[in-house]
Design a protein around this ligand. Structure first.
Ligand SMILES: [Zn+2]
Length: 394
């Protein structure tokens, strides 16, 4: 396989304009002399405001635009901090599930690079950090802005077997993309569909890193000499179920106040309609699905499934859950209003919800990517039982 015989198509090219706008936005505001500037007015900023401050001390209040009750995702920017040690405290840490011994993340490089590291001190009782750059981004979980979710799929649109397109627009007009990876030389009715979607709850950012790992894994196989499963499946990746919520830094809901993963038995809001339309048009032999989530609750369940759809695949689900590490237990319920309910009832496939504990320092971006790769490997390559099921229409 060489790059000379590439076959690909593209349904849209809206990414270039978005990129240009992001660059303009990121260069439009320079810090004035001395005064540190705080804001959340950027792609994926939100979840926190300034209660009071003096020169290098910030008293911050956790808040969510849509009132997520345990509070959650936090991402803010400071400008004018080069060479300064800045101290912080939260006025309402006790209202959130953030442990007092948890350390925030910060980045001293441009937002889109996603180059975050842990602070030196834990949040409980106040904390401080010395910064080397003028501009820093500070967050509680690894951010993954809307712009990056677009780049995540459009960067591969020239690759062999990849089809990337806009499936509709969000309530605020942001493009929603889907990425398909499939060998067009194999008839579609000989392939099973595998779907992965994430960021229905926009603050659950770990799903984007896991999706990164899934996409890389599939592309590796399609480019690899062994071509282990390229004939067998058609992959669909939906990188941003909730673009407006991602952009605004909301933890759980969309900007209109809906929990998208309780709306799959309806045709609104528009984000749900876009995803359902895409799946109904393009998934003809649904096999497996992943709806990648995360949780602020330390004792939550690692994986949820729909009994009628997935009960017979318990060993595979246990293997998937074993990769989650930060949580245990597998849970189930019928859930027509959720993506996994729709995937079963409308399309006939088995979709699982994976969860990840967000306030856990023992992972980085590469770890999350390897998790996504491992999730998918349990379905496509590892289990001979699954392979047998996958080759049998059901
Ligand atoms: Zn969720």
């Amino acid at each position: 396989m060489t790059h000379a015989n590439k076959r690909f198509s593209s349904w849209g090219a809206h990414a270039a304009l978005g990129l240009l706008m992001a660059i303009l936005a990121s260069t439009s505001a320079a810090s004035d002399g001395g005064q540190i500037q705080f804001d959340t007015d950027f792609d994926s900023g939100g979840g926190v405001s300034v209660d009071s401050r003096d020169e290098t001390h910030f008293s911050l209040t956790l808040e969510d635009e849509q009132n997520y009750s345990p509070l959650g995702y936090v991402h803010f920017r400071l400008r004018g901090v080069e060479g300064k040690t800045v101290s912080f405290e939260f006025t309402n840490l006790g209202e959130s599930r953030m442990p007092s011994n948890y350390r925030l993340l910060y980045s001293e490089t441009p937002l889109e690079g996603l180059d975050y590291q842990r602070m030196d001190e834990t949040v409980g009782g106040g904390f401080s950090q010395e910064f080397q750059s003028d501009t820093v981004y500070i967050a509680n979980y690894l951010p993954f802005p809307y712009r990056n979710t677009v780049e995540q799929v459009t960067q591969h649109q020239d690759c062999e077997y990849v089809t990337v397109g806009v499936i509709g627009r969000s309530h605020k007009g942001r493009d929603m993309y889907a990425m398909r990876i499939s060998d067009p030389g194999v008839p579609d009715d000989e392939k099973r569909d595998i779907v992965a979607l994430t960021r229905q709850h926009p603050g659950e950012t770990t799903g984007s890193y896991q999706l990164d790992g899934m996409i890389a894994y599939v592309l590796d196989v399609f480019r690899d000499e062994t071509r282990a499963f390229d004939d067998d499946y058609r992959f669909h990746f939906l990188p941003h179920a909730n673009p407006d919520g991602i952009y605004r830094g909301i933890h759980r809901l969309c900007t209109q106040g809906y929990d998208l993963n309780r709306r799959w038995n309806t045709d609104s809001p528009v984000e749900i309609r876009n995803m359902k339309d895409y799946l109904e048009r393009n998934v003809t032999s649904a096999w497996w699905g992943f709806d990648l989530h995360a949780t602020t609750n330390r004792t939550f369940t690692s994986l949820f499934y729909t009994p009628a759809a997935s009960e017979r695949y318990m060993p595979i689900m246990e293997s998937i859950a074993a990769h989650i590490v930060s949580l245990d237990n597998i849970g189930h319920s019928e859930a027509s209003q959720q993506a996994r309910g729709f995937y079963h009832e409308a399309l006939g496939g088995s979709m699982v919800v994976t969860e990840k504990y967000l306030y856990w320092e023992e992972y980085d971006a590469d770890y999350l990517r390897s998790q996504g790769r491992n999730f998918l490997a349990e379905v496509v390559a590892v289990s001979p039982v699954l392979r047998a099921h996958a080759s049998t229409p059901h």
